[in-house]
Ligand binder design. Structure first.
Ligand code: PLP
Length: 361
């Protein structure tokens, strides 16, 4: 089966087999990792290795950034970011390039003065703005972006700089985390739910510049306070141990593949094949997203004969290509091709698309 789901999503087969192999008896301990205390030596080694491998993958500077393994999904970070980075009356800026950025913007309005710097809504979220066109508040504490919009398939290829030199850039990288190298030093906070590229659902990773930690609003629940989690090395309370363990295996696998430059090369190749098939179909398949900002991870497209979409998705599923239905809010088709989607999966989809088109002239 090739699983094109947007998340939870396909994970490397080798990782799942490795986890299966040690599921019942973790490395000779006689226990499963999911049965062990989060304060025991085995899990301590798991979480420390996961963190150090992630630091290697993204070249995260030890001295300047905390890496936090959190719960509550990226959705919880929509609140945690303003609660940690500003006081109630402070201004912050949001660039809204799709549904997820919009959700983050709306949540922030509860905790500070959130301004809309730019919205792609009137273009049905098919664009990324030119950075000169952003309306930034001179006093904003941060500028928030969603680096890859999972539903609309638009991805930032480079990043804006906040106009206030004391402000930081904050990015929701849930759906393109670890899909390519990122210069972490450009960001104040990066956060990502794990369940697309790096693990199962249940753990959310936040990479936070250390000087931003420790100023949470007084009403901030302990579970949302970066300082609480940074001071206790993500072990303030019981963390999502099993999810962190799987993320650790994925990080090892990505390092073994040669790191994120190699991963990016593969992702670029896979996405290129799929977008070429769409653009070369003579209009049978259409991707609405502006070419220069098309996502390497989530490829949304429609069929010109929209009444055929249901059949397309059903027939693909019968041939072992599942979860191709577009998000319920936009319809159409969406192929999510995260790191773990093999090239063979994309090639099979493209062959199916050509065959389907030939059968429906
Ligand atoms: N941000 C992006 C870009 C997403 O794709 C998602 C979920 O798909 C979320 C945020 C919400 O994540 P969660 O379900 O982990 O709260």
């Amino acid at each position: 089966i090739f699983n094109f789901a947007a998340g939870p999503a396909t994970l490397p087969e080798s990782v799942i087999l490795k986890a299966q192999g040690e599921l019942y008896n973790y490395r000779g301990s006689g226990m499963s990792i999911m049965e062990m205390s989060h304060r025991g030596k085995e899990f301590d080694a798991v979480i420390k290795k996961a963190e150090s491998d992630l630091r290697r993958l993204l070249a995260i500077p030890d001295d300047d950034y905390a890496v936090l393994f959190l719960q509550g999904g990226a959705t919880t970070q929509f609140a945690a970011v303003p609660l940690n980075l500003c006081a109630p009356g402070d201004a912050v800026d949001y660039v809204v390039t799709g549904s997820w950025g919009d959700k983050a913007f709306k949540e922030a309005q509860k905790f500070c003065k959130a301004n809309l710097s730019w919205s792609g809504k009137s273009d049905k979220y098919t664009k990324i703005p030119s950075f000169e066109g952003l309306e930034q508040n001179p006093n904003a504490k941060y500028l928030h972006i969603c680096a890859n919009e999972t539903i609309h398939g638009v991805e930032f290829k480079n990043y804006p700089t906040p106009s206030n030199k004391d402000a930081v850039l904050v990015a929701d990288m849930s759906s393109n985390f670890c899909s390519k190298p990122v210069d972490v030093s450009k960001f104040g906070v990066i956060y990502a739910g794990a369940q697309k590229n790096v693990g199962p659902s249940g753990v959310t990773i936040a990479i936070v510049r250390k000087d931003l930690i420790g100023n949470a609003q007084p009403i901030t629940p302990v579970m949302l306070d970066y300082k609480i989690h940074a001071d206790s090395a993500s072990l303030y309370n019981t963390p999502p141990c099993f999810a962190i363990y799987i993320c650790g295996l994925v990080f090892e696998d990505l390092l073994e593949q040669g790191g994120l430059l190699e991963v990016e090369k593969n992702n670029t190749k896979k996405a290129g094949i799929l977008y070429d098939a769409i653009d070369g179909s003579g209009g049978f398949y259409v991707c609405p997203v502006e070419k220069s900002v098309r996502s390497l991870m989530n490829v949304p497209f429609t069929l010109q004969k929209s009444d055929l979409e249901k059949k397309f998705i059903e027939e693909a599923a019968k041939e072992g290509m599942v979860q191709l239905k577009g998000h319920r809010s936009v319809g159409g088709v969406r192929a999510s091709i995260y790191n773990a989607m093999p090239l063979a999966g994309v090639e099979k989809l493209v062959a199916f698309m050509k065959d389907f088109q030939a059968r429906h002239p």
